[in-house]
Design a protein. Structure first.
Length: 403
């Protein structure tokens, strides 16, 4: 373990000893160096926050944007990664423009509207489990269930043909990967993705459907509606965020619950715990990916440290979610934990718009799995599970299971 001290600049993201385990440095940083200088994959430096109160303070502050000219570049190539991409820059980051965008899109992502989707999601989960069961054990639960389910849901929401999902998978992988692709590949993906979504928005304008993009296009004709550039970027952002994060989370969720099988057995015995179990899985996730960058447009005082304007701050929500000052037994997984004010979806003006959808998908999948496959177990030891490397969103490469 690299010890945290004033002379040592940690490389970020910090590597972890095992796929489901947190880096030991998190605890050391929280107690000894809550405002730490780190080096990003790009070579640029940033300030890392790991304490609950500090992360919540910065994420709640409406003055701080996700990116801005002069912000540290995240990835090792000139594209800067997903946070600095054309897609991210096309959407208003702060102020009234950002609030206008959130109001327009957020109307669709209400808990009520997402709950209405739940029967469809459960039916799809049942269908995917049928296919996995027919293929026989052992099986990769991520490939059979974790990946196809959220792609189908987000394609349906956006009115996009689900036959195009392999293309989306490649585009979002290149946008979210910090190390794997060269600049030419990333630029080609960004260009293809932008052209596809531009064409899709034009097609929806010509022949609207019962989907989110059609509703946003109808709203764009009102005063204060979204521009064509914002509509294209919104479609891209929702496809990337809506499938990659939840696909990975389904795999990690089931992996965490099976890593100590008494957790799974408790859920099988009492399925009413599914809702709180999903919240605890979200809190306990030690492999969330990059975290959330914020650019300080003006100076701020965080944890008795003055940060100057122009600082790029990386908020580690996952490290903050293990802070013992905010959660009793923070290092223990408590499936009945309530309340559970985790920061996984962020907080404040940039909190995750799709969190009601993510919760609905995770709860639906877990309900169906517990009912259909009560004997589910890992087909390899938990220590042998492999992380997806280099992605802005953390995940497992596969989740081998049997039943």
């Amino acid at each position: 373990m690299a010890h945290v001290d004033d002379d040592h600049v940690l490389e970020y993201p910090i590597p972890s000893p095992a796929a489901l385990e947190p880096p030991p440095e998190w605890a050391e940083l929280r107690t000894g160096c809550p405002v730490a200088t780190v080096t990003l994959p790009s070579g640029d430096t940033a300030t890392l926050l790991t304490r609950y109160d500090d992360v919540k303070q910065v994420l709640s502050d409406p003055r701080f944007a996700r990116t801005a000219p002069g912000a540290a570049r995240i990835s090792s190539d000139e594209s800067g990664g997903v946070f600095n991409s054309d897609m991210a820059n096309a959407l208003p980051q702060t102020g009234e423009g950002h609030q206008r965008w959130r109001r327009a899109v957020g109307r669709w992502f209400t808990a009520k509207r997402m709950a209405a989707l739940r029967p469809q999601i459960e039916a799809l989960a049942d269908e995917l489990i049928d296919t996995m069961a027919a293929a026989g054990a052992p099986a990769d639960l991520k490939a059979h269930l974790g990946f196809p389910l959220p792609v189908w849901v987000i394609c349906d929401l956006l009115g996009v043909p689900d036959s195009d999902r392999d293309r989306f998978a490649h585009w979002s992988d290149t946008l979210l990967n910090l190390t794997r692709y060269d600049l030419a590949e990333i630029r080609r993906s960004q260009t293809e993705f932008g052209a596809y979504m531009t064409e899709h928005v034009a097609a929806k304008r010509a022949a609207p459907g019962e989907d989110l993009l059609s509703a946003l296009i109808a709203g764009s004709e009102e005063e204060g509606g979204l521009t064509d550039g914002e509509l294209v970027a919104t479609g891209q952002a929702l496809l990337v965020a809506g499938h990659e994060t939840t696909a990975n989370m389904i795999g990690k969720m089931v992996g965490m619950l099976l890593a100590d099988r008494s957790r799974w057995e408790r859920l099988v015995a009492d399925p009413s715990l599914v809702r709180t179990a999903v919240e605890e899985v979200l809190r306990f996730d030690a492999n969330p990916g990059f975290g959330m960058p914020r650019f300080l447009t003006e100076g701020a005082r965080v944890a008795d440290t003055d940060l100057p304007p122009g600082t790029t701050v990386v908020c580690s929500m996952a490290a903050a979610n293990r802070d013992a000052t905010a959660f009793d037994g923070a290092e223990d997984m408590d499936l009945a934990r309530s309340p559970n004010p985790h920061l996984t979806f962020g907080v404040g003006p940039h909190s995750c718009l799709g969190q009601a959808l993510a919760r609905t998908e995770l709860q639906a999948v877990l309900d169906v799995l517990v009912r259909r496959l009560p004997t589910l177990e890992l087909a390899v030891p938990a220590a042998e599970l492999r992380r997806v490397e280099g992605l802005a969103v953390g995940g497992l490469r596969e989740l081998p299971v049997r039943w």
